[in-house]
Design a protein around this ligand. Structure first.
Ligand SMILES: [Zn+2]
Length: 461
């Protein structure tokens, strides 16, 4: 039987993960993510899949970020009827984020048509209804338990420590060879969720490299959070935090709670202005099988680790609008994390020109997003067709990444007792991948490839 892997996304870029395994006549898709960021990448989402969805035999998901699951509704709409394997928490997150994504696309298409779109009529990539159709095909799988796939393949999940439900995948072919797909690797000793588990061997390794070139700053995020909150109190102003609904928001709430417990910050209103973050926080609070020891202990002691005092979830759109004119001090946490969509854009539109306002970014900002432009120091930006002068103080909490940095990637790789036959570096910007590849070649002496988009490699070596 012939074995191969083809990289149909996240090749020389950080989004759009879709790795297609071919085992004889069977096809197994690892993740089905959407491309994000630059328009030329996003345009790929609109092209037909580079395979026939009806011919795929199984889909295995690593975790529920859009760049790993975002194309599932289109996959199903275009004819995929087989199982989509995932962990229980990943299913929970899919149920929250996929319909939301469909709804946003329908709204965007509606507004584009009202404005007069370059496409007539503008259509959503998929609808909320398409997203619900995916849910019927999701099959939840416990960690560590082998599951049979077509072609004599079997796989199991290990915790990857990235977000709730995130896993790396250990997959055995019928010939006994093993492929490990890292998914996205998280960090060690982060709040709420477990650390990445150890993997000690694979013939073939597919590893992400988002931060393969650098080390995250070791600054304590709580120090910086305390500082910006005190500044908001002194200036009676708003602290706007563009935040990813899944994971990052809960981590922020956890740190705010700890700061309160240590009496390091005064009690001020904290608004989470995102229906999706609200549902996600609820899921984090219920997924006790995902918690690390510290989180479990805090829950046992009744500390509500992700519910700081003064917290209010804003579901209602009118209440969200009311926040635009509310006097600080207050914290407004709203999506999206890169400020290229979501309610945070309304808050930025209303407050960016106020020099007393602070904007605190909490994660990676892709090129061509509003977040990247603000962090790069733009003095004017366009939001909803309005030119806005940027006078607010812009900063970034660099230490809150959900991705392993170079040292943590190397730490995880140090679990390997021998070199894989081949290591494929995916999910990184080209310059970063080159640096990471060079490190693996020189320090570990490993055989490394950096796949190009759509490049296919034989695994019969
Ligand atoms: Zn991810």
């Amino acid at each position: 039987m012939a074995h191969s892997i083809q990289f149909q996304g996240a090749a020389r870029t950080v989004t759009g993960t879709k790795h297609l395994l071919r085992v004889g006549t069977k096809q197994i898709l690892l993740d089905c993510g959407s491309f994000q960021g630059a328009r030329e990448l996003r345009d790929r989402n609109w092209e037909p899949f580079n395979f026939d969805p009806g011919e795929i035999d199984a889909v295995v998901l690593s975790h529920a970020h859009q760049d790993h699951i975002g194309m599932l509704p289109k996959l199903v709409k275009d004819g995929y009827r087989g199982p989509i394997y995932c962990t229980k928490a990943t299913r929970g997150l899919c149920a929250i984020s996929l319909p939301d994504s469909g709804r946003i696309q329908e709204e965007d298409a509606y507004h584009a048509n009202k404005r007069g779109s370059r496409h007539q009529p503008a259509l959503p990539l998929y609808t909320e209804q398409d997203a619900y159709a995916v849910m019927k095909q999701l099959k939840t799988v416990p960690y560590h338990q082998f599951i049979d796939l077509p072609g004599g393949v079997k796989f199991r999940y290990f915790s990857s420590g990235h977000i709730l439900g995130s896993a790396f995948i250990e997959l055995y072919f019928e010939n006994g060879q093993k492929l490990v797909f890292s998914g996205d690797l998280g960090r060690y000793d982060t709040p709420i969720i477990k650390d990445p588990e150890v993997m000690d061997f694979a013939e073939f390794l597919v590893i992400e490299s988002t931060y393969g070139d650098k080390l995250h700053p070791t600054v304590n995020p709580e120090d910086m959070l305390a500082e910006v909150i005190h500044e908001a109190v002194d200036r009676h102003s708003a602290l706007l935090v563009p935040s990813f609904a899944i994971g990052r928001t809960q981590e922020l709430l956890y740190h705010l709670r700890r700061l309160q417990l240590a009496n390091r910050i005064p009690r001020i209103p904290i608004y989470v202005d995102s229906p999706m973050a609200t549902s996600t926080s609820d899921l984090y609070g219920r997924s006790n099988e995902e918690w690390d020891d510290e989180m479990s202990l805090m829950v046992q002691q009744d500390f509500d680790p992700i519910e700081p005092e003064g917290l209010q979830y804003v579901r209602d759109r009118n209440m969200s609008k009311a926040l635009n004119v509310q006097q600080g001090p207050m914290v407004v946490i709203a999506g999206s994390g890169m400020a290229n969509g979501g309610r945070i854009q309304h808050h930025l539109l209303h407050r960016l020109s106020d020099p007393d306002v602070q904007v605190l970014f909490t994660g990676y900002q892709a090129t061509e997003t509003l977040g990247r432009r603000l962090l790069d120091g733009a003095d004017r930006v366009w939001i909803f067709g309005n030119e806005v002068e940027v006078r607010a103080k812009i900063s970034r909490l660099t230490s809150l990444s959900a991705h392993a940095d170079q040292g943590e990637l190397m730490r995880w790789l140090s679990g390997f007792k021998s070199a894989p036959k081949k290591t494929f570096i995916v999910h990184g910007e080209p310059e970063v991948q080159d640096i990471f590849a060079a490190k693996l070649r020189t320090e570990l002496g490993w055989e490394v490839a950096i796949p190009e988009h759509m490049e296919e490699f034989s695994l019969d070596i």
